[in-house]
Design a protein around this ligand. Structure first.
Ligand code: C2E
Ligand code: MG
Ligand code: MG
Ligand code: MG
Length: 289
């Protein structure tokens, strides 16, 4: 105990470490205020089929901070996870997304649009997660099959049994699951067949250097083949160039998300974008899911 405290004390005399700690503490304090005052916003990034048909959006948190400007979730989500604040934030995201789906359910042009939300480990394993999700859906009239929950591999290694049980309960009500950042974690491939998944999401780090990088090309092909074998839909994230899209299409990727199709945007912009692109240019088979 004394030894551990001593080590921490030494760390505080390192000026760079002290700066980082102070910075995190100040962000954390601001984050608590932001939760209490509802300062977050949501942006929506289109998810499309190979023919450009919009099937929905990923919901991404934005935090407009009075002094810092727009703080990236890459910066504040890890702090929110460490402090447990991700649970109230995540519940807020969920309720907002479900409310939007309920509005869309009454709107012909947008009735089948899906929303994909990011779910943290603390949320999934926290008390009452299944009830919170189903309660939000039942209270709103949203279509459960239009709600997709994105989870990461690192989340699964914590408590696979609890994850399977909760995911199965939600999947039996029609809710979809996507495995985000696939390939960057360290979960066993054998988990994949145990989990009630609907989709694999190829991480953008494997998309960035396509089609030139042979290793990334092989990984992308492997993920698509794995998805095919397991009966899962495959989506690629971070698609920025036509070259990347064409390669992914050639290997049989089902869906795409990235700046090439649309950046994360406010709700009204996404709704206009979705109305304009709700139908594919070519009349192929329904390739959404
Ligand atoms: P993610 O779930 O993997 O989301 C994809 C990230 O890639 C988003 O970053 C998105 O803006 C970015 N992106 C999309 N297309 C492109 C592209 O073509 N090129 C490049 N370079 N980037 C692209 P963002 O919005 O900064 O979010 C970062 C991460 O923060 C997310 O990664 C997710 O892990 C987390 N996050 C965001 N919103 C939430 C949330 O509501 N709850 C939780 N728990 N985490 C969230
Ligand atoms: Mg995601
Ligand atoms: Mg991702
Ligand atoms: Mg990612």
């Amino acid at each position: 105990e004394a030894k551990g405290a001593g080590r921490n004390l030494v760390r505080f005399f390192d000026p760079e470490m002290q700066r980082v700690v102070a910075e995190e503490a100040s962000l954390e304090a601001d984050l608590r205020t932001a939760v209490d005052h509802g300062e977050f916003e949501l942006h929506f990034q289109p998810q499309v089929t190979a023919s450009g048909q919009v099937i929905g959006a990923e919901v991404l948190l934005r935090w407009p901070h009075k002094v810092r400007g727009l703080v990236s979730p890459a910066e504040f989500v890890p702090i929110a996870e460490k402090t447990g604040l991700i649970v109230p934030i995540g519940t807020w995201v969920l309720r907002r997304a479900v409310g939007i789906l309920a509005d869309w359910a009454r709107n012909d042009a947008l009735a089948m649009m899906k929303l994909s939300i990011n779910v943290s480990a603390a949320q999934l394993h926290g008390a009452g997660f299944v009830e919170t999700v189903l309660g939000a859906i039942d209270a709103s009239g949203a279509r459960p099959e239009c709600l997709k929950l994105e989870i990461t591999e690192s989340l699964l290694v914590r408590n696979i049994g609890d994850a399977i049980q909760k995911m199965s309960a939600l999947q039996s009500r029609g809710i979809l699951f996507s495995l985000d950042d696939f390939g960057t974690g360290y979960s066993s491939l054998s988990y994949l067949k145990l989990l009630p998944l609907d989709q694999l999401k190829i991480d953008q780090s494997f998309v960035r250097d396509l089609p030139e990088d042979g290793n990334d090309a092989a990984i992308a092909e492997m993920v698509v083949a794995l998805g095919r074998t397991l009966g899962l839909n495959v989506i690629a994230e971070g698609v920025e160039t036509i070259g990347q899209k064409e390669f992914l299409q050639e290997i049989g990727c089902d869906q795409y998300q990235g700046y090439l199709f649309g950046k994360p945007m406010p709700l009204d912009q996404f709704e206009a974008f979705a109305r304009a692109n709700a139908h594919s240019a070519t009349h192929g088979p329904q390739d959404g899911f």
